[in-house]
Design a protein around this ligand. Structure first.
Ligand code: GLN
Length: 544
């Protein structure tokens, strides 16, 4: 029997609904249950692949090649389990299926309506996710905030599921309690309103996770209990924490799993969070700082700086730093500052290592190329991810191989030296305007050459990594570049595509066409990030 826990958000977004969902799933998994998660995004995009990362945050990619919301990354990291297509749903997907089914005459001549057909399709997808993993629990995170028009039909599906099997469905609301500075007091009213709004959808939350800067006190707990129509013990305090990986432990301090088992009428089970405690001890003990720079253009939005677009890269750096007993200090670097002034490049000396992550389009590339050239010459550890690898190839072509006009056809279709270019099938996609879900996506094998940094990192020849790109290293230039020191050390065995490049005579200059950051887990840092941090640590030790 599968039980469903719906997690919705009250008051505002960005308060940790994804981490809460992931943490609940980790707690239940630690009690020996099979758990899976589904993220629901209410927008009409079929997947997250066509959205700008500044607007939507990182596009995560699953093993089976789905471009999805970054929360799927949280689930993978917390559960240490891969997620697949069935773990992600958008309104776009749901509507598309219903409309396709209507076109195939599969509704027996009935009038196809928003209700019940859309909620029915939502339920069908949730049940499919449960079946595929034979899950005891499915955590369903409903994107957006209570009161938004867009997620109403998902709430309706949840209500209908609860109506047909009340013992199998539970509702958790993650809400925010502000502590306005001028009042100096935590306010519960926005949460009360959020619960009322949820009530209008026919849903009463069973559990409230009360997010705030500080812990919930007794009077506030009582107030929420009375006004939100629930018992006090079902209001779980969730204050800000230094690391998101403390959240499962914090939830258990509030006896969250007991509350869940009780609500479902199940016998209590012991949750074993030993691994989480070990991880958190490691995080707390990492005192020596290591400075890592990330050169990316998706940080700035108006007057604010967001790190959402590179969340997996940031997490991967943290996992690897903790592994080495170091405290990561990550700095966002806007490549455009190097375009204005080359003198600024000197600041790169202050980093133990620098990452140039994935990206698209022309803005910022000159700055990235300048930065990579500097890291190459100064022998500062460099890790290039996807676009970062492509930029490293262009830099090498221009400044070492003397091909001054070398470029990627993504940026300059008429370049005389297309050192990065498309595969034939991608040209067809582009010509036909087929942009959605058509990149080289998901897992592909790669064979690594022996006696290389990458081989040392992975400790094996055959690896599998996740991809998301349309352009590739152009094999016409391979021989020339290899002679000059930029070696193709990882190749896709079926198509001979270059997946990893390394520069000889540099302590760590590695560019990968894939996204290793997507597979890093807090308790199992990714080998390449681990090696990158090892090299960065060596530089740190040399300079101190
Ligand atoms: N824009 C590049 C491509 O499409 C790189 C993509 C990426 O960094 N994810 O090939």
């Amino acid at each position: 029997m599968t039980r469903y826990i719906f997690v919705s958000g009250g008051v505002m977004s960005g308060i940790g609904k994804g981490v809460s969902t992931a943490s609940i799933s980790a707690i239940l998994a630690s009690a020996g249950f099979r758990v899976t998660c589904v993220k629901i995004d209410p927008y009409l995009n079929v997947d997250a692949g066509t959205m700008n990362p500044v607007e939507h945050g990182e596009v995560f990619v699953t093993e089976d090649g789905l471009e999805c919301d970054q929360d799927i990354g949280n689930y993978e990291r917390f559960l240490d389990q891969n997620m697949y297509r069935q773990n992600y749903m958008t309104s776009g997907q749901v509507y598309q299926s219903v409309i396709n089914r209507e076109r195939e005459l599969k509704y027996d001549g009935k009038c196809v309506e928003l209700i019940p057909h859309i909620p029915e399709e939502i339920t069908r997808r949730l049940e499919l996710a449960a079946q595929k993993t034979k899950a005891d629990f499915v955590l369903v995170e409903i994107g957006g905030t209570i009161g938004e028009y867009q997620n109403l039909l998902f709430l309706e599906a949840a209500r209908m599921m609860h109506l047909s099997s009340p013992g199998k469905v539970l509702f958790v609301m993650v809400s925010y309690l502000p502590v306005p500075e001028m009042l100096g007091e935590m306010k519960t009213k926005p949460t009360q309103h959020a619960v009322r709004t949820l009530n209008t959808s026919g849903i009463q939350p069973d559990i409230i996770i009360a997010r705030s800067t500080v812990a919930l006190d007794k009077p506030r707990k009582q107030k929420i209990a009375i006004f939100c129509n629930m018992r006090e013990e079902n209001v779980i305090s969730a204050p800000d924490v230094k690391s998101i990986y403390e959240v499962p432990i914090n939830f258990e301090k509030g006896n969250l799993s007991d509350r869940i088992f009780e609500k479902f009428g199940m016998a209590k089970r012991k949750c074993d969070l030993k691994n989480w405690e070990i991880l958190n001890r490691k995080i707390r003990r990492a005192k020596k700082e290591i400075r890592i720079g990330i050169v990316g253009k998706y940080f700035a939005t108006g007057k604010f700086t967001l790190s959402d677009a590179y969340i997996s890269v940031i997490e991967a750096v943290k996992h690897a730093a903790w592994h080495h007993g170091l405290k990561p200090h990550i700095t966002w670097i806007d490549p455009e500052i190097y375009e204005k002034s080359s003198l600024k490049l000197r600041e790169l000396e202050g980093f133990a290592g620098v990452i140039v992550p994935g990206g698209f389009g022309e803005r910022g590339i000159t700055g990235k190329i300048k930065a990579i050239g500097y890291l190459r010459k100064k022998k500062i550890p460099f890790l290039g991810l996807c676009y970062g690898m492509q930029m490293a190839v262009i830099e090498f072509a221009r400044n070492v191989a003397g091909l001054r006009k070398a470029s990627s056809t993504e940026i300059d279709a008429a370049t005389p030296h297309p050192v990065i270019s498309t595969m034939a099938e991608q040209e067809k996609n582009l010509a036909e305007g087929k942009y959605g879900g058509s990149m080289r996506l998901g897992s592909y094998p790669c064979e690594i050459k022996p006696r290389t940094i990458s081989y040392r990192a992975y400790g094996e020849k055959n690896i599998v990594e996740r991809h998301r790109h349309r352009y590739e290293f152009n094999n016409d230039y391979r021989e020339t570049f290899e002679k000059l020191g930029l070696k193709a050390v990882g190749l896709n065995p079926q198509r001979n595509l270059v997946e990893i490049v390394e520069l000889s005579g540099h302590p760590f200059f590695v560019g990968v066409q894939f996204h290793p950051e997507l597979k890093s887990r807090p308790m199992r840092p990714h080998p390449l990030f681990r090696e990158f941090l090892r090299s960065a640590k060596a530089r740190l030790q040399r300079s101190s």
